[in-house]
Design a protein around this ligand. Structure first.
Ligand code: DGT
Ligand code: MG
Ligand code: MG
Ligand code: MG
Ligand code: MG
Length: 284
């Protein structure tokens, strides 16, 4: 085939393949959701409909991309995780990020009317998301990343629950509440919630305290049957092998058939990972 004289412009396209054998996390985040949540009247501090919609969009993405292992969401963000074995789009960063961001946004907008039937989207205030891909060299660091997001969820939810109780129930102004909360630690906020508003933070919904984890469900296993070592050490001891095309296709088929579940559970402790060994092993 003869090349046109314009063909050379291809040389300006640079490769952006991510490193082989690393965990890839694509984190997306709602753009300007502070304003958007005001505009559409999200309940404070947590709007169940808005969070359910985020989860519904995440489930769509998980179903669309069987290569994804697990996802974790809180507030207006979601982290999608690819196993080190993943070869989707030759691990090209832009392809992975844009596919997830656009798939998520499309699913979010499509399902908006189901969750907010009384609040039609306005062209001047459309939900959009940004995204980035980050690589983590082993399962232990991947787990630390997931733990970081879940700890963040807890810290923010405790703060927001206390802040909005002081404002909405206690009648303080935003500035007064913010000033009083400055420099407080968790136990102070728990105390404010309990003594002033009779709220025991421990009894708040797991949905808000833990965020949402989305993954493919197979048979849950007893942690004892898996072994006494921690989930990530076990995984790190094993070299991650390249999978053949047929192996990859077989895994993809099993994943397509599996049920995608949404749970609000602790993903910091070992138990979650020990009971679901397929998440870190990548099989299936
Ligand atoms: P960005 O990400 O830099 O474009 O800016 P924002 O405004 O999206 O800020 P971000 O992502 O740091 O914080 C998320 C915002 O979304 C935060 O202002 C609270 C709001 N938001 C998320 N979920 C809820 C909810 O359930 N209820 C309410 N009222 N607001 C929410
Ligand atoms: Mg952002
Ligand atoms: Mg945001
Ligand atoms: Mg955010
Ligand atoms: Mg094309």
């Amino acid at each position: 085939m003869a090349n046109s004289k314009y063909e050379y412009v291809r040389l300006f396209e640079q490769p952006d393949n991510l490193l082989p054998q690393t965990w890839i996390v694509v984190r997306i985040d709602g753009r300007g959701f502070h304003k958007l949540s005001d505009k559409y009247g999200f309940e404070k501090p947590n709007d169940r409909r808005a969070l359910d919609l985020m989860n519904a969009a995440a489930v769509s993405v998980m179903k669309d991309l069987p290569d994804l292992t697990i996802a974790y969401g809180v507030s207006d963000e979601y982290s999608f995780v690819f196993h080190p074995n993943c070869e989707l789009f030759e691990r090209r960063s832009a392809k992975l990020v844009t596919t997830i961001v656009s798939g998520f946004t499309a699913a979010y907008v499509y399902q908006w009317p189901k969750f907010f039937p009384d609040k039609p989207l306005q062209l001047s205030n459309l939900p959009t998301f940004d995204g980035r891909a980050v690589q983590y060299p082993n399962a232990s660091i991947l787990r630390d990343y997931m733990s970081w997001r879940q700890v963040d969820c807890h810290i923010n939810n405790l703060y927001n629950t206390t802040f909005w109780s002081m404002v909405l129930i206690g009648g303080m102004t935003n500035v007064e509440a913010e000033k009083e909360l400055q420099g407080t630690v968790s136990s102070d906020k728990n105390e404010i919630l309990f003594s002033r508003f009779g709220i025991n933070y421990n009894n708040e919904p797991e949905f808000f305290k833990k965020g949402s984890v989305v993954y493919r469900q197979y048979q849950l296993q007893e942690p004892e049957a898996v072994g006494t070592t921690t989930a990530h050490t076990q995984q790190d001891d094993e070299p991650i092998s390249q999978l053949s095309r047929t192996q990859q296709e077989k895994i993809r088929k099993l994943r397509r058939k599996a049920q995608v579940v949404v749970e609000h559970v602790d993903i910091i402790k070992d138990d979650f990972w020990l009971r679901r060994p397929w998440l870190l092993s990548g099989k299936p």
